[in-house]
Design a protein around this ligand. Sequence first.
Ligand SMILES: Cc1cc2nc3c(=O)[nH]c(=O)nc-3n(C[C@H](O)[C@H](O)[C@H](O)COP(=O)(O)OP(=O)(O)OC[C@H]3O[C@@H](n4cnc5c(N)ncnc54)[C@H](O)[C@@H]3O)c2cc1C
Length: 374
Amino acid sequence: MLNKQLLIVGAGPAGLAAAIEAKKNGVKDVLLVDLNMKAGGQLMKQIHKFFGSKEHRAGVRGIDTGAAMLKEAEELGVEVWLKSTCVGFFDDKVACIEKGMEDGSKKIIYLKAETIIIATGGQENVVRFKGWTTPGVMGAGAAQTMINVNKVQPGQNIVMLGTGNVGLIVSYQLMQAGCNVVCLVEAAPGIGGYGVHASKISRAGVPIYTKHTIKEVKGNGPNGRVSEVTIVEIDPKFNPIEGTEKTFAADTVTLAAGLKPVSELVKLQDIELVFNGPFGGWVPTHNEKMETTCPGIYVAGDTTGVEEANTALEEGKVAGVSAAEALGAISAAEADKQRAEIWARLDGLRMGPFGEKRAIAKKEVMAKFPGVRA
Ligand SMILES: Cc1cc2nc3c(=O)[nH]c(=O)nc-3n(C[C@H](O)[C@H](O)[C@H](O)COP(=O)(O)OP(=O)(O)OC[C@H]3O[C@@H](n4cnc5c(N)ncnc54)[C@H](O)[C@@H]3O)c2cc1C
């Protein structure tokens, strides 16, 4: 049986930041596990430059931030296991890790951890329409992984459903990768993401159909693949308006209809959850230390409510500091001082038209935990 001081599940920006912060604060034994072949979480496919302030890496590509954080974590002595999935918790906090071997075989490793940080990120929502299981219908994140990580085009002619930032950014990246984006389809009356991203798409002549949805996908392509996509206008109650259908030849449909937290591990551990719409669904209640209702288990990043990379990173730092405090590596006073600085930055990130909603959502989630920061 392996014994670890701190186990962190998920090597996205939240998990990496947590590992770095814990190490910097004197935790000797930090294990970071991720089911992917590369560390960085969503950052490993974000080839575009980030917005925001200099302290939050504005102008730096997500992919470079992920690589720099992994390097820092490894230099600090964080043990990183890739291709390793945390599949469950059992009595007395034993975590079970299944490690992918070079030959494709699997090995189960059981370990004990004094503290655990769950930073398993978010996953895409699915949208159902006639033909939604046809080969060639996929999440926008999957298409983004194909072009930016695996260097493979998901298809030639693509219809994107959703105009939030993910839909807009991935559409543009698909165009940069040589795919033809046939159109974007959006149920809401307006575009969901930043105007600057939408403008780049419109300038390239790609139509964006707001107040529309996908009615049907036909699969008469090779091996039953998508061949045709029919979209339809919808009324304010989201009912299709007959006679407004438009049909396009396409071989791929990408879905960017929002994200939800990955919460399987928190559910397994019986951590108290609360439903929060703006955060994408069921999220673990936690306090200002990012500690859950299960003492010694912390959460950070999209697992606690879908936001963006910088908030994930800062929450990871809070969790790393709190784990260091719990393990006796730093005093409560020192941990409070560091957390106050990080929370000030988090408050700054949760300002403006998009941020304010998240600030309110965060307050609601944390209000469920007794004794939290007001
Ligand atoms: C398609 C897409 C595009 C995005 N584009 C942007 C953008 O342009 N700008 C921006 O700021 N934000 C963007 N985001 C959001 C941003 O990337 C996330 O908010 C951020 O990455 C969250 O960080 P995280 O560490 O919480 O989770 P993630 O980055 O998702 O990392 C979670 C990690 O946990 C691992 N994991 C999950 N379960 C297990 C398990 N059981 N065992 C082991 N490992 C596990 C996953 O493999 C993953 O590597 C995007 C998100 C998506 C999905």
